[in-house]
Design a protein around this ligand. Structure first.
Ligand code: PHE
Length: 345
């Protein structure tokens, strides 16, 4: 009898249950009324009295083992969990982990920073909620000058006192002033950030967007430096055969001022929608820092000169990736965002 018990015990131990059907087979074979384990108890009655005690214990252990296994499997199957390690098929392909990617504006900002860092520019930051002084007055915008109207401003607080209104910055040029207030030349810095203008949202305009400002102030900085710096930037950003063109322009804080155009990447000068059939697209405003701006931050314009430029990150991203609607940048549509899988490293 002992051998019979051992054989059944081994069978119980080796039994695998993967489904409810297996579990039922197990129950019928081992623990149901007519199953193997209960019948062993019947056999026990016929055993010799001196063996009964020992056999009884072995049988009870077996009964507990079989019932314990049954209970565990039953619970596992009800919870839907994998029953045993052998249920996991290690040869199946893995489900790929969904990882996010960087926003196209971030990719462009990183690239711009990379190009200027190699020229020795560092990165500075400044506030988005700004006072009139840093956004306008210190930058040589006279009170009530029409140039203020060019940048439709969101006001946070209108105090009336000169230079003290609080507003959302309309450009990153406020950081030029903040930087020069606390640091004296040489200054070579770029300042990326978000700016705000009260414009109706469309494919071509938005009430917020991003700029990168650049400022270089030192002894003997000339217009040549400005031109070569931006030429280098254009080639690094858009390809070595990119050409640049400077067009006379006006900004209160630079004199002389120039708009920087690059040769159209789409049609290479033949004329297309993007360049409005001119062969050129505008990428930045720039100029030599106006002496009044330097005076406002206590830098002597007789000793120091500088150049500044400002460009829109949205616009450069549009040219770089062929995006044709500004609104796509802030709508968080994954179908759009997923297309910019560029590995930074
Ligand atoms: N701040 C200007 C703008 O927002 C751009 C600019 C920056 C022009 C620096 C010249 C120098 O349009």
């Amino acid at each position: 009898m002992e051998e019979k018990v051992k054989a059944i015990q081994q069978e119980v131990e080796a039994f695998l249950v993967k489904s409810k059907e297996d579990l039922e087979t197990f129950r019928l074979r081992f623990i149901s009324k007519k199953g193997l384990v209960p019948t062993l108890f019947d056999d026990l009655k016929a055993a010799l009295p001196e063996e009964k005690k020992k056999l009884g214990k072995v049988l009870n252990d077996l009964k507990q083992l079989a019932e314990g296994k049954f209970k565990t499997w039953q619970e596992e199957l009800e919870n839907g969990a994998a029953t045993t390690a052998t249920d996991i098929d290690l040869s199946l392909p893995v489900i790929p982990n969904k990882t996010g990617n960087l926003h196209p504006l971030t990719l462009t900002r990183y690239r711009i920073i990379e190009i200027f860092e190699r020229l020795g520019f560092n990165v500075s930051d400044g506030p988005e909620v700004e006072d009139d002084w840093h956004n306008f007055s210190a930058l040589n915008f006279p009170p009530n000058h029409p140039a203020r109207e060019m940048q439709d401003t969101f006001f946070v607080e209108k105090s009336g006192a000169e230079g003290s209104d609080v507003l959302l910055r309309t450009h990153t040029s406020n950081v030029q002033i903040r930087l020069m207030e606390k640091q004296k030349p040489p200054i070579r810095s770029i300042m990326p950030g978000r700016v705000y203008r009260n414009e109706a949202i469309s494919a071509r305009a938005h009430c917020f967007f991003h700029q990168v400002e650049g400022l270089y102030v030192d002894r003997n900085v000339s217009f040549r430096d400005l031109k070569q710096t931006l030429y280098h930037f254009a080639k690094e950003m858009f390809g070595q055969d990119t050409k640049i063109r400077l067009r006379p322009s006006f900004f209160p804080f630079t004199e002389p001022s120039a708009e920087i155009d690059i040769s159209c990447l789409i049609c290479h000068g033949k004329g297309c929608n993007v360049c409005k059939y001119s062969g050129w697209v505008e990428i930045a405003g720039s100029g030599m820092v106006h002496p009044n701006v330097l005076r406002h931050v206590n830098i002597d314009p007789e000793e120091f000169t500088g150049f500044a430029f400002g460009m829109g990150i949205e616009r450069i991203t549009m040219l770089r990736y062929g995006v044709n609607d500004l609104r796509l940048y802030s709508e968080n549509d994954l179908r759009f965002l997923k297309q910019f899988k560029v590995v930074i490293g």
